[in-house]
Write a protein that binds this ligand. Sequence first.
Ligand code: ADP
Length: 190
Amino acid sequence: MLNVVIFGAPGSGKGTQSELIINKYGLFHISTGDVLRAEMKNGTELGKTAEGYISKGQLVPDELIIDMLAKVLDSNEETKKGVIFDGFPRTIPQAKALKKMLADRVTEVSAVVGLEVEEPELIDRLLKRGQVSGRSDDNLETIKSRLEVYHNQTTPLKDYYIEEKKYNAIHGMGSVEEIFARIEKTIDNL
Ligand code: ADP
């Protein structure tokens, strides 16, 4: 069973590459950002709480996210065929919780695909996306907080997964197809 974590800064192409990975490898997609946006749209308690953090570019607290993820895993039989985790984990406690959740389900993270993109390119992509996404967090001020949060809270995960011997660096600049070809090579070699 293939469980892939797609890892990278906001704007690094996680969502785009996840779609291509799903098409080729038939994995179940869990994007914590998408789940949170659906909660906000439906006006749930979780959605209302999350909105305050997301609009400021901050992370939603770990316990809420971990709980939400466990529910998604438990309520979808299809997760048993393998999952692509997109936007999760974003902190060390989330990574440790994921390890435990998967171990309880007698599986593990097969590989982490780390999309590495330079910062000016990230800002450029997010501003362009902001013109069409309608996402309240794709504006310059919030983008800057998201990138800072990424550097402070999420980049330590790279070392965590290097130590676990699961991290695969992918050069994330170039065309969508070129980047996907690099990912395919990594996954096919697992
Ligand atoms: P991006 O990768 O472009 O920031 P996402 O859709 O993955 O977009 O996430 C949008 C926002 O949702 C994040 O800035 C954060 O506030 C919240 N979020 C998503 N995933 C998590 C997570 N695993 N832990 C905490 N907050 C999260």
